[in-house]
Design a protein around this ligand. Sequence first.
Ligand code: ARG
Length: 563
Amino acid sequence: MKKEISKILRKPLKKIGLKLEREEIEKYVEIPPSPDLGDFAFPCFAIANRLKENPHDIAIRIREKIKRVPYIFEEISVVGPYINFYLNRKIIFYELLKEILKRREKFGKSNLGKRKTIVVEFSSPNIARRFGIGHIRSTIIGNAIANLCKFQGFTVKRINYLGDWGTQFGKLILGYKKFGKPEKFKKDPISHLQEIYVKVNKNKKYLEEAKKEFKKLEEGDRENLVLWRLFRDVSLKEFEKTYKLLGIEFDEIASESEANKLVNKVIEELKEKKIAKKSKGALVVHLKKYGLGTAIIKKSDDTTIYCTRDLAEAIRRYRKFKFEKMIYEVGQEQTLHFKQLFKILEMMGYEWAKRCIHISHGLYLGKDGKKFSTRKGKTAHLEEIIEECKKYAKAEIKKRFPNLKEEEVERRGLKVALAAIFYGDLKNHRMRNIIFDIERFTSFDGNTGPYILYTYARASSILKNTKAKTKLEKIESLDENEIQILKLLEIFPERARKAFEELDPSIVANYVYELCKKFNEFYHACRVLGSEKESLRLAIVEAFRQVTRNACKILGIQLLDEM
Ligand code: ARG
């Protein structure tokens, strides 16, 4: 709209003696603090200096030179030093509703990223461990960020990079050989492996032995490989269940073990380019002059490490995807690691290293402000968190619908629980620590996921009870409640763009909440069915549903038609 205004103003400005580019005019255009001063305003004092004239007089002269007021404006008038522009809302909102109902799930999308690829790595759990709380945030936020990129038209490659290689597997293999119990393993493999891991870690004397086991694994020892593969398979099965439950998909399951097959070439390259140096038997890259310490590439026992594998993996991904950008969503404790990684890639001469970004997130905290744990005081795992949220959600659902079939309570309970977790996370800026208060998260009122679901279901129920067609007719009049919600619907594309630019899904999350609040106000104030404005209001309800769906799709939140 600012563009339209600059178009209108250019000629008149020229006529009174000031030649300005459209972009400059656009920069001056403001949104007035109160709607009775118009939807947009051009402040003439901004140019008064150059014209050496009183701003009010300038405003009047410019206004006189505007001969034809385009139909999207109802009025253009002068107040003090301002030229105020009043939109013709009836026309604009009619066009908006038509656009939303025509473009549907495409409404708000752009093609900014046409023919460009963004790689988003997220989740990346470690095998032989439960899916812990640290990886939940990466999964929820990374998924939303991948969706934000997709919404702007980028080709997005979602990668899950499994932690399945490294000295800890020496410990596990050793542990399994010493304390492994096949029956226990069969019953609950991950718990048993975790138990074993703790046992091995308790005793320092196992450390040397564990290193040897890992070395054997790296050298391809049959027995160790079989064990390792077993641990990997059971873990993957667990993870797959988790992702299915969360409704999250990946384009590629990469892994440290696969990356490890590519490390020798990287090491050669680092030596050749004289980037890596020998130091006390190890191979290192000195990064002190960048304030990044020293990165180890190969340990003195000749085994490779995390950083080496990440180098190889990044190069592989660039070769395969020729990405415009690569985003890693990983906890903040790895900030130094990623800085080192990107710096070394840059030193190797890869220009795309500058287009790699590490984004991270804060912690989940308990109500007491300490690290989050379950009631039993142990660190929490995803299944337990979902179960606990579900308990609250189901109780609430049963209260509202005492006669609902148990099966349906279960189905809705799960959706509500997931919405509570996803939304409870995403409504905050990702860097903030989050007080994980399950009771608050699952509440149907307030700024919560269930509130969004509830509002959406409410809107759906209006449409369900009607046979009236949502045929939009020209808008005759607009009430304040209608204007409020239409104004918000209008800015969805902008908000989605901003969220992408700042890689900040909370912008979309808070937008949906605003939208739902406005919808509820509208719902209470305006009768839809049977009203003389039925056609307009039905269209608003439908447009609200569509935009809510589009926004929730970005957030990874699944909606319910009934609640
Ligand atoms: N598996 C690692 C961990 O849980 C995270 C991997 C992050 N990604 C990467 N490319 N290094 O700590």
